[in-house]
Design a protein around this ligand. Structure first.
Ligand code: BTN
Length: 344
């Protein structure tokens, strides 16, 4: 295929965002409040027949929304949702001096999409891709990331580094710290980080970070910073094979995702700028204050090897330190996993 064809293909893909909301997008925005809306009223606002409304409602159910229909009252979502709105995102992008954010109703993965944009030279530093739902959300170590429609923030941000891979040490820890501060700002003073970057509230995972790298590690390279933050996810959204929580589950209120994103970017962007200038060294003591593993006996698993020792925090490169019977050992990210040791 000619490269111009490729560009055209991804340009079309890029236009497949929420810049031009479809009837289904307008319908879901109308129902987001969780109140009843009659089929007639919906049809009038959207300029379509009641039969067309019915068809669109079925499409929304296919996205994973539960819709209740009561004779004489109309339709409503079983619980209210918070949806991103492109205009509000446009304003936020201007406020933070970022390129326009690309919002998608559904994507395989925001990280995958940003990597595709990068490959076709359609993404610049600071570019953000958001989705209301991911069908193949990626987690660390090849795991998947549960991404039900409208429930959470699924975000990828492109950052560019000029001076080679050394710079990257500790980046994922800094992003974790930015999330911890965002959560503290939202009232979760007990938010902690479990090395390298699981963000926990009440000992349950509330956010995860996946960095994907593109470019020459010795020269300029790009990092796609993928963040999944559980905002309004509830048990009814399905089961997840690890202890998790969300803002709504903890505080029992529906959170406006714009407000959450605003707080997150206000915390993350200045920290990325500081990290670029000074590296992780400048964050070690702040990070250590919110370290979930402080003072624990831990097991580090690398492949099929397990190393048991006393957790000693992180060094200036963001590497994990463990005091073992054979002396202190350090571990960096990637294949290393860590879990608390269980006694008795
Ligand atoms: C983890 O396993 O803890 C990392 C999860 C990262 C999930 C986010 S959601 C947005 C971005 N797109 C993806 O496919 N993954 C990341």
């Amino acid at each position: 295929m000619h490269t111009d064809d490729l560009k055209y293909k991804s340009f079309k893909k890029r236009n497949n965002t929420m810049q031009n909301p479809s009837l289904s997008d307008q319908l879901v925005a109308m129902l987001a409040d969780g109140q009843f809306h009659s089929g007639e009223a919906i049809g009038e606002v959207l300029g379509v027949s009641r039969a067309a409304v019915w068809k669109r409602l079925q499409a929304l159910e296919a996205l994973g929304l539960s819709i209740e229909s009561v004779k004489g009252k109309g339709y409503r979502l079983k619980s209210a949702i918070s949806l991103f709105d492109q205009q509000q995102l446009d304003k936020m992008a201007i406020e933070f001096g970022l390129p326009a954010m690309a919002l998608h109703r559904e994507l395989d993965s925001t990280n995958a999409e940003l990597l595709r944009l990068l490959a076709s030279h359609q993404a610049e530093k600071g570019q953000i891709v958001l989705a209301e739902k991911q069908t193949a959300g990626r987690g660390r170590r090849g795991r998947s990331w549960s991404s039900p429609y409208a429930a959470n923030v699924y975000l990828s941000l492109l950052w560019t580094f000029e001076r080679g891979m050394r710079q990257l040490d500790g980046l994922s820890l800094v992003v974790g710290l930015a999330l911890q501060r965002c959560l503290a700002e939202l009232g979760f003073c007990d938010a902690r980080i479990k090395w390298p970057n699981d963000v926990l509230v009440a000992n349950r995972k509330i956010a995860g970070i996946l960095l994907e790298i593109n470019g020459d590690p010795t020269d300029q390279f790009h990092v796609v910073i993928g963040i999944g933050l559980n905002v309004n996810m509830l048990d009814s959204h399905g089961s997840i094979d690890q202890a998790w929580t969300s803002l709504q589950q903890q505080q029992k209120v529906l959170h406006d995702k714009h407000q959450v994103l605003q707080v997150l970017l206000a915390s993350l962007l200045p920290m990325l700028a500081k990290f670029e200038r000074h590296g992780f060294n400048h964050f070690v003591s702040d990070w250590s204050e919110v370290d979930a593993l402080h003072g624990q006996e831990v097991t580090v698993t690398i492949g099929d090897q397990a190393v048991v020792g006393e957790y000693r925090g992180v060094n200036a490169n963001g590497e994990l330190k463990i005091a073992t019977t054979h002396g202190e050992r350090t571990f960096n990210g990637g294949e290393v996993s860590i879990r608390k040791s269980y006694h008795g």
